[in-house]
Design a protein around this ligand. Structure first.
Ligand SMILES: Nc1ncnc2c1ncn2[C@@H]1O[C@H](COP(=O)(O)OP(=O)(O)O)[C@@H](O)[C@H]1O
Ligand SMILES: [Mg+2]
Length: 633
């Protein structure tokens, strides 16, 4: 039987391949334009390595362990386990470059798995190469998704294609005993729907509405039902956030992934640390020391040839017995660590970690699901009985490097596809937000969320003047301000050497607004300046560097919040060309970062070519927050 709509996944495979070659091209041009030392400084390469050991992995890979000359500790660099590297031998031999995968990493050694044996050489270099592993996993996963029959994965696939209806069981909301007593109505409803669902449920959470909070409750409820749970999100930061909140609610969580990629204060929850720190692991170093002692004694005997053969044989037996004992202890510790862990937390590819690869999870939870491309999102789903995703498809989609892949749909997420096919019973909108003054929230709510958002009383009328040490002025009392630069002749410019744009006069206006707020006593750490254009971010950073005030791109600031946010829109031209600003999801992110005051600066003459901005300017006017730059000094 021909699997349904297999073509869709074949198209996705093509897009993954296009994206892969784009990344490859980027690295190639980086390779030709930066000096090796510069690349080491940026974490793209390691130079001056010595080959310390050649060995084999249990799976039979050729492993090579490298150390720095004189065993120095590695600089903090971005080469990570699973990353692809190319090996360069110095002096340069005739051999082709070997490509390998980083297999293990300690503070002073790095082990790389190769397809063949590493050559002899005086010195080696490792250079970052395309992470073909992740791409390979995505491609393999898409094959599996396309071909599988009569599996949970097939059910999830068919639901996503609209070929099958999602199922749910009977569950009275009144029968749920809440762990978090503070959940609001919409969060409870979301958790209830997710618990009742048999296959899949979505938690749609606009900015600041407590998606992660709801997921934590769901996870605790599922654990209470003795379910196995894998918790994931597309970035390590988001995984750490989940881990931190699980740990805070008393859950024993196991974090997969190399400790180097996990926040310092959470490393004790990684598998490596748990294995080393487990009480049952105490005997291992002792046994290893004893093993070492016996081994050197045996060598001494052999050198001197003094005692009889029998004694030597007995010693040999002790040594191999001890070796088995150590292996047994290691296995035992591993089993106990895995058993004690109530949930496993890791990135989407983490579900294929050796430690859990064979397992199936009753529940797979994907937070920030709208930040994962569809091929990435399927990876953890291959081991799931049921999936719950949280996200917001009205904020920025995952980064896709290739314009072509993006245009052909790689930026469309699986969350979004499910959203379009699942009935209400399987998706919930979190409608109460805990971040913004209601006037800051209002426009976003109107444009993106059918006006359904509610500002919680704890934030509804908050303004800057409510902060300790902030003066009470008209500026600090108003939550929303749009400054219109129309007619001022503040023209955008194109930055040399990049495609990005900046607007120097607008930047000056940003700085004068910033100064006003600082003078009124708003703490620098409570302020962010954001712009869709990286050239404007660079310009502002050059013009103004005060400790505390953050200056960032809109994309870089997604997921974050500040008391005061100043948005610099940059575009000002005669043709009404809006470029980046055409993606209104970017504006949704930009306009929902501020808790107490949002200032947006832009040229209405240019912006008005899109009705979205016309509506925003009208909204600001209604809310009493419109000013022309002509009125400003
Ligand atoms: N029911 C609630 N009552 C009070 N505060 C809440 C509630 N749900 C979430 N919050 C708060 O709102 C903020 C955002 O919550 P979070 O779960 O991180 O949201 P999201 O994942 O949607 O960004 C946090 O400070 C959180 O403590
Ligand atoms: Mg969250």
């Amino acid at each position: 039987m021909k699997p349904p709509d297999k073509d869709y996944f074949l198209i996705l495979k093509d897009l993954v391949r296009i994206e892969e070659s784009e990344e490859f091209e980027e690295i190639r041009s980086e390779y030709t334009s930066l000096s090796p030392a510069e690349r080491e400084r940026r974490g793209k390469a390691l130079l001056n390595l010595r080959l310390a050991e050649r060995h084999f992995s249990p799976a039979g890979h050729f492993l090579a362990t490298f150390v720095l000359e004189n065993n120095a500790v590695f600089p903090i660099f971005t080469l990570e386990i699973g990353d692809m590297v190319s090996l360069v031998a110095r002096p340069l031999g005739e051999d082709d470059l070997l490509t390998g995968t980083i297999y293990e990493k300690t503070l002073d050694s790095i082990t790389v798995a190769f397809q063949e044996e590493a050559p002899e050489a005086e010195r080696f270099e490792l250079h970052r190469s395309v992470n073909r592993v992740t791409f390979k996993r995505m491609l393999e996963t898409l094959d599996a998704v396309a071909q599988t029959q009569n599996t949970r994965l097939a059910v999830l696939r068919d639901i996503s294609l609209g070929l099958r209806k999602a199922a749910s069981g009977d569950l009275e909301e009144a029968s749920i005993r809440w762990f978090d007593k503070g959940l609001n109505r919409s969060q409870k409803e979301a958790v209830h729907k997710a618990l009742a669902a048999r296959d899949i449920a979505l938690v749609h959470g606009p900015p600041g509405t407590g998606k992660t909070t709801a997921l934590i409750e769901l996870i605790r409820q599922s654990l209470f039902l003795k379910q196995s749970v894998y918790v994931t999100a597309p970035s390590n930061t988001a995984c750490d956030n989940l881990l931190e909140r699980l740990v805070a609610s008393g859950v024993n969580a196991l974090r997969l992934g190399h400790p180097a990629r996990v926040s310092q204060h959470l490393r004790e929850h990684t598998l490596d640390f748990k294995l080393a720190l487990h009480p049952a692991a105490k005997e291992i170093p002792l046994a290893e020391a004893e093993w070492g002692r016996l081994k050197s004694r045996l060598e001494r005997y052999r050198d001197r040839r003094s005692p009889g053969r029998e004694e030597e044989q007995a010693l040999g037996r002790d040594i191999s017995f001890l070796r088995q004992e150590i292996q047994h202890l290691r296995k035992e510790v591993f089993t106990r660590v895995m058993k004690e862990a109530q949930v496993v937390v890791g990135t989407p590819t983490g579900i294929q970690d050796r430690s859990i690869r064979e397992r199936t999870f009753d529940l797979v939870v994907i937070d920030e699901a709208t930040q994962a491309t569809e091929p990435m999102a399927w990876i953890p789903m291959t081991s799931a009985v049921k999936v719950v995703m949280a996200g917001d498809h009205f904020q920025l989609p995952p980064t896709v490097r290739s314009k072509e892949a993006d245009a052909k749909g790689l930026g469309r997420t699986l969350f979004e596809r499910y959203y379009s096919v699942l009935p209400e019973d399987f998706r919930a909108l979190l409608d109460r937000q805990y971040r913004m003054n209601e006037k800051i929230m209002g426009f976003s709510s109107r444009m993106f969320y059918e006006d359904r958002l509610i500002a919680d009383d704890s934030v509804r009328t908050q303004t800057l003047s409510g902060l300790p040490g902030v003066q009470d002025t008209p500026d600090t009392n108003e939550p929303l301000l749009y400054i219109d630069t129309a007619g001022k002749g503040f023209e955008e410019r194109l930055e040399e050497g990049s495609e990005s744009r900046y607007n120097p006069e607008e930047a000056q206006l940003v700085l004068s607004e910033l100064k006003k707020s600082l003078d009124a006593g708003v703490p620098p750490s409570g302020i962010a300046i954001i712009s869709p254009y990286s050239a404007q971010v660079r310009l502002l950073t050059r013009l103004f560097s005060s400790p505390g005030v953050e200056i960032d791109s809109v994309d870089g600031f997604q997921g974050r919040e500040k008391e005061l946010v100043i948005v610099s829109l940059v575009r000002s031209n005669l043709t009404g060309e809006l470029g980046f600003l055409n993606d209104t999801r970017r504006m949704n992110v930009a306009m929902t970062r501020a808790r107490r005051k949002l200032i947006v600066i832009g040229d209405s003459a240019t912006l008005s070519s899109l009705s979205f901005y016309k509506a925003f300017i009208a909204y600001a006017g209604e809310a009493g927050g419109y000013k022309s730059a002509w009125e400003m000094v």
